[in-house]
Design a protein around this ligand. Structure first.
Ligand code: SF4
Ligand code: SF4
Length: 85
C-alpha cells in the first residue's frame, strides 16, 4: 500500500512527495522516469530504510516517511531514472 502523502503521474514520470520524519521533518520528493527505468530492482535492494518496493515491474515508494534522503537510490540507479530532492 502506498502511504506517500502525494503521488502524481505525468508523461511517464511518477512523483511522490511528503514530509519524512526519517529526514528530520523535511519535504522529500522522489521522481521516477518510467521511460528510463528497466526494473532492475537495484534501488529497492540498496535503500537502507526499505522505503521502496516493486510494483508492476517498477519501483514505487511504499512509505515516504521512511526516506532519509540518503540519495543512494539516485546515485546507484544505472539508468538515471530516479531523482531525490
Ligand atoms: S535502479 Fe533505476 S533502473 Fe533499476 S529499478 Fe530502480 S529506478 Fe529502475
Ligand atoms: S533517498 Fe535513500 S532512503 Fe530515500 S528512497 Fe532513496 S535510498 Fe531510500
Amino acid at each position: 500500500m502506498l502511504t506517500g502523502l502525494s503521488v502524481e503521474e505525468k508523461n511517464h514520470v511518477k512523483v511522490w512527495s511528503g514530509i519524512s520524519q526519517k529526514a528530520r521533518g523535511q519535504l522529500v520528493t522522489i521522481s521516477l522516469n518510467q521511460r528510463f527505468c528497466k526494473g532492475c530492482e537495484i534501488c529497492v535492494e540498496i535503500c537502507p530504510n526499505k522505503c521502496l518496493e516493486m510494483e508492476n515491474s517498477y519501483p514505487v515508494v511504499k512509505d515516504i516517511n521512511l526516506c532519509s534522503k540518503c540519495m543512494l537510490c539516485e546515485l546507484e540507479c544505472p539508468d538515471f531514472a530516479l531523482t531525490v530532492g
